[in-house]
Design a protein around this ligand. Structure first.
Ligand SMILES: Cc1cc2nc3c(=O)[nH]c(=O)nc-3n(C[C@H](O)[C@H](O)[C@H](O)COP(=O)(O)OP(=O)(O)OC[C@H]3O[C@@H](n4cnc5c(N)ncnc54)[C@H](O)[C@@H]3O)c2cc1C
Length: 390
């Protein structure tokens, strides 16, 4: 029975990075990483093209860590030769006098405490510098000049490639079904094979509750199903990373809208942070909900965003729906999207089985559509609103 120093369960962003850094520290042959699906599958949290990377967090314990995160990505960029972080800057905007403003103030304090650079701007100054925004002096914003886009899918694949190059064993299509104590530490069963290790790392993302169950324990984890939307625009140039920034917009009701300039898709990505329905690993689906875009994301965010270069009236989610700035049209399009056609029904039936290799969709575009919604873990510790995520 093969023995390792560490077995990492899950090869998403966290597991891949863990496997890489452990293989650096312990030597590659000490590390085994197990993934239930094929590598790069679209059902985890580390899918899609982009994630926000930033120093701008409201807690000093976070801002104490972010420089190390940037350094770590820099190491991976150097070793892989791949660009992974694209600096665009980030704007975190709130309405003066609202709870969101407390977040902006706390972020400024935390960044100052860690000696990180930032600017505080009025809404008017934001609109002068980035005329894509329609903000007034009732708004204020913090600008984090070092924030940007992290190419998450490429980053995960790069970590795995580098871990492999250092001798780590990476096993896709190996769903872990048992974790037990053994005289040699821990015994892990995956896809009919048994392995032992000194230690095991659970990096199962949305599936962590199931892995914890295998250990006979649990943690207070709330799983929510999140989705992002790509908005196509005829004004592409205005929303490129050279001209537009990553953003977080905190509404007066505390909702956090976030977005990413054109990257990966020729469209702007936007989402509502941590607002999806509570699900379980068993009940979550990969079906996009066009109503969430029509009711929440669309009217509030786009009211502020399309000041000059209007976003095109087209929503790209898994259902291929459309929703628009004009409400009548949006409703019509959403209704059309919600009508199940034969292909959509097929999609819903195609729940992947752990260990099963899924046939690739004919185009990368199609693959993206399948992955437009994904699970997100929110550990239910008390957090100051709004939640520190995204
Ligand atoms: C919509 C959305 C937007 C986000 N935006 C940002 C952002 O802008 N900035 C940011 O910093 N973070 C963001 N996050 C959070 C970030 O993406 C996640 O924290 C991160 O990707 C989590 O990675 P993970 O490896 O824990 O989970 P996952 O990527 O889900 O990986 C878990 C892996 O474990 C595997 N696994 C599970 N069970 C088993 C088993 N029994 N056997 C073998 N393998 C198993 C799964 O198949 C999966 O591949 C966002 C998350 C979401 C969902």
């Amino acid at each position: 029975m093969p023995h390792y120093r560490v077995i990492v369960i899950g090869c998403g962003g966290i597991g891949a990075a863990t496997a890489y850094w452990l293989s650096r520290r312990l030597g590659g042959d000490a590390v085994l990483a197990l993934e239930q699906y094929e590598l790069g599958h679209g059902r985890g949290a580390s899918e899609d093209h982009s994630r926000v990377i930033r120093h701008a967090y409201s807690r000093p314990d976070y801002t104490a860590l972010t420089p190390a995160a940037y350094q770590s990505w820099n190491v991976v960029e150097q070793e892989s030769g791949l660009p992974l972080v694209l600096r665009t800057g980030a704007l975190i905007t709130a309405v003066r006098g609202s709870g969101g403003m407390e977040y902006v103030d706390a972020t400024a304090a935390a960044m100052a405490a860690s000696g990180l650079p930032f600017d505080l701007l009025s809404g008017t100054q934001v609109s002068e510098r980035w005329p894509q925004w329609r903000l007034g002096d009732q708004h204020a914003a913090l600008f984090d000049p070092e924030a940007g886009i992290l190419d998450i899918r490429r980053g995960t694949a790069a970590h795995l490639a580098l871990a492999r190059a250092r001798g780590a064993t990476i096993r896709p299509c190996a769903p872990v079904s048992a974790i037990t104590d053994s005289p040699r530490g821990v015994t892990v069963t995956a896809a009919g094979e048994t392995y032992t290790a000194d230690r095991v790392v659970l990096a199962g993302g949305a599936w962590n509750p199931i892995l914890l169950q295998l250990l006979g324990t649990s943690l207070p984890i709330t799983l929510t199903q999140e989705q992002v939307t790509y908005f196509a625009t005829p004004n592409v140039r205005e929303f490129t990373p050279e001209r537009f920034t990553v953003f977080g917009l905190i509404a007066e009701d505390g909702r956090v809208y976030y977005g990413i300039p054109v990257y990966g898709e020729v469209a702007v990505k936007a989402g509502l942070d941590g607002a999806g329905p509570v699900v379980t690993p068993q009940t979550r689906t990969d079906a996009a909900d066009p109503q969430r875009v029509a009711r929440a994301l669309h009217p509030r965010l786009l009211l502020r965003l399309p000041a000059r270069p209007r976003l095109h009236r087209r929503l790209r989610t898994r259902l291929g729906a459309g929703a628009g700035l004009r409400r009548g049209r949006a409703r019509r399009q959403v209704r059309r999207a919600a009508r199940p056609g034969p292909n959509r029904a097929d999609h819903r039936r195609r729940q992947p089985v752990p260990g099963q290799r899924l046939p690739r969709r004919p185009t990368s575009h199609h693959r993206y559509r399948r992955s437009a919604s994904s699970g997100q873990l929110v550990v239910s510790e008390p957090q100051p609103p709004p939640a520190e995520q995204g």
